[in-house]
Design a protein around this ligand. Structure first.
Ligand SMILES: NC(=O)c1ccc[n+]([C@@H]2O[C@H](COP(=O)([O-])OP(=O)(O)OC[C@H]3O[C@@H](n4cnc5c(N)ncnc54)[C@H](O)[C@@H]3O)[C@@H](O)[C@H]2O)c1
Length: 395
């Protein structure tokens, strides 16, 4: 079987490699030439995959990175893993997805199974993507198959990876769902069929909204705990001893990455349009977006004003041990500190370069350090006696 995975990023690349290990011939299609050149040379572009696994895929000729959209014509299964971000005005932005599905439609041959993995609003597959596939391919609805299977990848998670994370699958028809199930079953242990495309689309949004809401809640609780002088980390550890009905979430500068701050807005947007707004998501979004400002205030309090103070922000990516800065709340923290007149440097040897600036070395030349994203490699003894504002929990 020949497969094309459209989008070779955090989701599409591990998926393509996993499928290639299951002896499928996999074209890793991306419109970013730089990425494809790096992958063709056996260089991984994400933390969770080694150069070795890319090289092995290429040497075995089971993984073929390419920018050539004609590979879609030769594929039995085409998977879509392109970004679905938010626009400048904080609304769902389907530009990349519509562009990818248009390309797939133009090259679609009869009998192909198209599986969308990108996160989308309920109804998107049926009402937006299917008509494009029909129009661009000139095929009828019954001449190809459409399925939705949301990705559940958690970068740097060593326990739950593609093969052992249960996968939701739905189809426009029962035949499409079963075909997608058979495809994934070659390299994923547990496949769960959902009865409709909309159930699978909504389930993904529920998963990520659940995280946004709970993280925002724990962030508000952490502000209260700080006010009354108790340690939120100890409160959470105590509550987490309950063996049922509780799941711990931890405070931070806010949520980041391409999923948790973004996907719930897709759900909130759809719910509002349907006349059934989900106020919890809207509130959680506001709380989350306010967290960097809260820590600017805490820094200001600690130093009795930030004008000309030398500040070091430690950790720039959105979560520990990744180099991904998409939607990182640390960017807003740095902007807020600068707006108050502080002289801000940042250290993150995983990110290295960002916005034309470079990561500085850890040292003791600062009035205050703000621990934003605690990567495992950090050696905080290097900042000596510089006071630390820890955004991750302690008072
Ligand atoms: N990152 C995660 O942890 C994660 C987890 C679960 C779900 N998702 C969802 O998966 C989807 C993809 O996210 P990601 O993090 O892999 O994004 P990414 O930005 O890491 O990768 C997407 C890739 O698609 C490519 N691309 C964009 N438009 C294209 C086109 N028209 N044709 C070919 N290639 C194109 C880009 O160049 C990029 O390499 C999103 O909908 C996201 O919400 C992401």
């Amino acid at each position: 079987m020949q497969i094309t995975v459209v989008g070779q990023g955090y989701v599409g690349l591990p998926l393509a490699i996993a499928a290639s290990l299951a002896q499928y011939t996999v074209f890793g299609l991306d419109n970013n030439q730089e990425k494809i050149t790096a992958l063709s040379m056996g260089k991984s572009i994400i933390e969770d995959l080694s150069d070795k696994s890319i090289k092995q895929g290429i040497e075995s000729k089971c993984y073929l990175p390419t920018t050539d959209t004609l590979v879609i014509k030769d594929s039995d299964v085409v998977l879509i893993c392109v970004p679905t971000p938010l626009s400048e005005d904080h609304k769902p932005d389907l530009t990349a997805l519509i562009s990818a599905i248009t390309t797939v439609g133009r090259n679609l041959k009869a009998g192909t199974l198209v599986i969308v993995e990108s996160t989308i609003e309920p109804g998107t597959c049926r009402n937006k993507l299917l008509p494009i596939l029909i129009k661009e391919s000139g095929l009828t609805e019954s001449e190809f198959e459409l399925s939705y299977s949301p990705e559940r990848i958690d970068p740097t998670n060593k326990t739950w990876q593609i093969n052992n994370t249960p996968k939701l699958v739905a189809g426009l028809t029962e035949a499409a769902a079963n075909r997608a199930k058979d495809f994934y079953a070659k390299f994923i242990d547990s496949i769960i069929l959902c009865s409709t495309l909309e159930i699978a689309e909504t389930a993904k949004l529920l998963e990520n909204s659940f995280r946004l809401i709970n993280i925002s809640f724990v962030n508000e609780l952490s502000i209260y705990c700080q006010k009354i002088g108790i340690d939120i980390a100890e409160v959470i550890a105590a509550a987490a001893t309950k063996p049922y009905g509780f799941m711990p979430f931890y405070p931070s500068v806010g949520v980041g990455g391409h999923c948790i701050p973004v996907d719930p807005i897709y759900l909130a947007n759809a719910a509002k349009a349907a006349g059934a707004p989900i106020k919890f998501i809207e509130l959680a979004d506001v709380v989350n977006l306010n967290m960097p400002g809260y820590f600017v205030g805490r820094a200001e309090e600690k130093l009795a004003g930030l004008q000309n103070k030398k500040l070091l922000v430690i950790g720039l990516s959105y979560k520990p041990n990744v180099a991904d800065v998409r939607e990182s709340p640390v960017a807003a923290l740095i902007t807020g500190l600068k707006q108050k007149g502080a002289d801000v440097s940042w250290h993150d040897d995983l990110v290295k370069e960002w916005n034309g600036e470079k990561s500085v070395a850890l040292s003791d030349k600062y009035d205050l350090a703000i621990l934003a994203t605690p990567h495992d490699y950090l050696d905080l003894t290097k900042i000596g006696d510089v006071p630390v504002l820890n955004t991750r929990g302690s008072i």
